[in-house]
Design a protein around this ligand. Structure first.
Ligand code: GLN
Length: 240
């Protein structure tokens, strides 16, 4: 049987700032160009989530107000399934607002949005200015250090717990909080990052690596001349 990647987009209509849905388009194309199957499901407010039905679960970025509705629903209807999916090795990829909701909470003044506690981190929206700009980090997803380049725009500052690993170290830009030089989180197959762009079109090696992790197979190369040019452009924009 042909291998197929089963993707579930969480809250796609609410968590899709900066065209984050482009990440899904890239996953689809990379599979189809290799003759792999691709299935896309969605789970939004009030929908159940089957922990065994997906190889990769994706949540994009969002405005604070959309995150508030999503946060409550995610804890109420999807927390257990997301923990179970991650425990059996499904990839969870969360960008920006989605990333913030993977942790314990996102505090905005008096309001505290609950997270699903899949990773040990918390986020605080302080009085300081938003952290905005092109950003590049160095990350290793098991194939040696590589650059991930993208664009960040977040008011929240994220702090990892003592035992938690970042996705990468900041080369240029702000990262999790503009202070500790760390960006994102990576615990086994759970990955969170502040980088939009969208993320995967600008970092095609990362898209392929996530498919490999999700399917448990190595992928052959494709002609990536255009994708490599996009990556080089994103790196230049960040000054790396
Ligand atoms: N609303 C969140 C913040 O400002 C996330 C923003 C985003 O997803 N770009 O921190």
């Amino acid at each position: 049987m042909t291998a197929r990647l089963r993707v579930c987009a969480l809250y796609p209509e609410l968590m899709n700032i900066y065209a984050d849905r482009g990440n899904i388009a890239v996953l689809r194309a990379r599979c189809q160009w290799r003759g792999l199957g691709f299935e896309l499901a969605a789970s939004s407010i009030g929908d159940p989530l089957d922990p065994d039905a997906h190889d990769l679960l994706y949540i994009g970025g969002g405005q604070d107000r959309d995150q508030a509705a999503v946060a409550q629903d995610m804890v109420a209807t999807k927390r257990e399934a997301l923990h179970a999916a991650a425990a059996r090795g499904a990839v969870v990829l969360a960008v920006c607002g989605g990333y913030q909701l993977l942790g314990h909470h996102y505090r905005l003044g008096e309001q505290e949005l609950p997270g699903i506690g899949l990773v040990d981190l918390h986020t605080v929206r302080g009085d300081g200015s938003r952290l905005i700009g092109n950003c590049a980090i160095e990350a290793d997803l098991g194939t040696g250090p590589r650059v991930i380049a993208g664009f960040e725009n977040h008011g929240g500052r994220t702090f990892l717990g003592a035992g938690e690993r970042p996705l990468g170290r900041v080369l240029r830009g702000h990262g999790n909080n503009g202070e500790d030089g760390l960006e994102g989180v990576m615990r086994a197959t759970v990955i969170g990052t502040y980088l939009h762009g969208p993320l995967l079109p600008k970092n095609i090696w990362l898209a392929d690596r996530l498919i490999e992790l999700a399917l448990g197979t190595a992928l052959g190369p494709l002609d990536d001349a255009v994708e490599d040019a996009a990556h080089a452009c994103a790196r230049r924009a960040a000054g790396v």
